[in-house]
Ligand binder design. Structure first.
Ligand SMILES: [Zn+2]
Length: 488
């Protein structure tokens, strides 16, 4: 086998060297168990450098396109195992992006397509046709991440190379998770190569990258953006679950310890900002309830709860951004308080219904300042306790309903005009009615404020007040026309 030669293409080479001009898959499978170098390989075509397996997302199977570096191929015509890593895009020895127009007949799907050359027949010109170098930023990125691994492979230090690879794959997994969120929230053009995207992300956030265990620790320490922390925590958790089902080389990385350390870092951050973003499950565990659940517990409209949160009446809300979705969480005790608060208030309609009055009556109570809305920047609400107070005040002063009721007027009746000259005086009289300055009668059959009536004394008082107002007004006008004798 040539240095880092991919087992699958090696088997074809062996078959051809043994006189089979056009080897079939059955030929390679016949050879596989007979050679000490290939006996441990499997027909899936995954690269092998160690006993530990590689995560499935990091490798491609035999049917995937053959990828290669033209310069490496010109030097030695064989397919390298490392080119079977799905996350390996650029040769860090020659700084050329891998090409994918080579085919091994029988094995690769679509080998009959145009512009595809057979491994055994390709010319140097064809190998070089359309080859591209990455941009300087991307070149720096892949070099930082991958060059140690590739150097070790070339120097036949397979153990060292595999250690590097494990750390690279761990970092790649986290970078991939970060890139997914960036794609959701930032303007990332479609169709750009994955490595270009990751290079931009790493450069943009100045993430330190070094494919060692210490390097991973440093990298995690630099992740401070709340949305980034959430996706990284989620990815680490996913990794722990995946590794428990199918252990791979990533199990050599102390994932659980790193995650714990990362969480502790998050708690340190949380103490500095009380509204630190939480990961949904973490939020639930910490005694938070979802927005939807809070709505149903409080029994209000979702829009109102949003307003309460925005105006900070409902405090301690936490927003977790997970993927493209925004989750609002509320502490349990806040929801309880909110629910009590909501039960203690009444809307405009509820007030009219409960007091048994119409809109005109309610406006009179408001204008007379007998009832005040709660000061919130949203729909008008009233304290239920104010409504009971209002009724109790009348109950204390009211007299029994007389047998002859012809001369009585409802408390909030027509005698209080909606506008005009008599409005101020009648509102004043309405206020006086509550303090028992003249007779108020209570009819036992109905409820609320519709049960109370006033008689002619109230109307006379309105007239008297109005007269007094006019007189005072005239007096003021008169005195303002008199020259003042007092020194200025
Ligand atoms: Zn190369």
């Amino acid at each position: 086998m040539l240095p880092d030669e991919w087992v699958e293409t090696y088997l074809f080479r062996v078959a051809r060297a043994n006189g089979i001009r056009c080897p079939r898959l059955s030929d390679t499978e016949r050879i596989r168990p007979t050679l000490p170098t290939t006996i441990l390989s499997k027909p899936d075509g995954y690269p092998i450098w160690s006993d530990s397996t590689l995560p499935r997302w990091s490798v491609v199977t035999r049917v995937n396109k053959i990828r290669y570096c033209p310069e490496c191929m010109t030097r030695s015509r064989h397919i390298r195992s490392r080119w079977r890593l799905s996350v390996f895009d650029v040769c860090t020895i020659h700084h050329i992006r891998l090409k994918d127009d080579l085919a091994e007949p029988v094995m690769t799907k679509g080998y009959g397509q145009e512009n595809r050359y057979f491994v055994t027949e390709v010319t140097d010109e064809q190998l070089w046709a359309g080859a591209v170098c990455p941009m300087p930023g991307e070149r720096r990125h892949v070099e930082r991440l991958w060059s140690g691994f590739e150097r070790s492979i070339v120097e036949s230090d397979i153990r060292g190379a595999f250690k590097h690879l494990t750390c690279i794959l761990f970092l790649e997994a986290l970078l991939d998770a970060l890139a997914t969120t960036s794609r959701e929230f930032e303007d990332v053009p479609l169709g750009i190569p994955r490595s270009t995207e990751l290079a931009k992300l790493v450069e943009g956030y100045r993430f330190p990258l070094s494919a060692t265990l210490d390097g991973i620790g440093n990298f995690l320490d630099q992740i401070t953006e709340p949305t980034h922390r959430i996706v990284v925590l989620a990815r680490l958790r996913r990794m722990l679950i995946d590794e428990s089902h199918r252990p791979t080389c990533l199990s050599n990385v102390p994932i659980a310890d790193l995650r714990r350390r990362f969480l502790l870092g998050a708690q340190k951050n949380a103490t500095t900002s009380p509204h630190a973003l939480l990961y949904p499950s973490q939020a639930r565990a910490a005694g938070y309830v979802t927005f939807q659940r809070a709505v149903s517990l409080i029994g209000c409209a979702p829009r109102l709860l949003k307003q309460l949160i925005d105006s900070n009446i409902c405090q301690g809300a936490s927003v977790a951004q997970y993927g493209g979705r925004r989750h609002i969480f509320l502490p349990q005790h806040t929801v309880e308080e909110c629910s009590k608060w909501y039960a203690s208030i009444a809307t405009f309609e509820q007030v009219m219904k409960e007091l048994g009055i119409d809109r005109r009556g309610l406006l009179a109570l408001l204008s007379a300042r007998l009832l005040r809305p709660i000061a919130v920047h949203m729909p008008t609400f009233f304290q239920r306790s104010d409504l009971t107070d209002l009724c109790r005040r009348l109950e204390d002063v009211a007299r029994p309903f007389p047998t002859k009721a012809a001369h009585l007027h409802p408390l909030l009746g027509e005698w209080i005009p909606s506008s005009g000259r008599y409005r101020p005086a009648s509102l004043k009289v309405l206020t006086e009615a509550f303090s028992g300055k003249f007779p108020v009668f209570r009819q036992m059959e109905s409820s609320g404020l519709s049960t109370y009536f006033v008689d002619h004394t109230a109307l006379e008082r309105v007239r008297r007040l109005r007269k007094g107002d006019i007189a005072r007004h005239r007096h003021q006008e008169y005195s303002s026309r008199q020259p003042s004798l007092l020194p200025e």
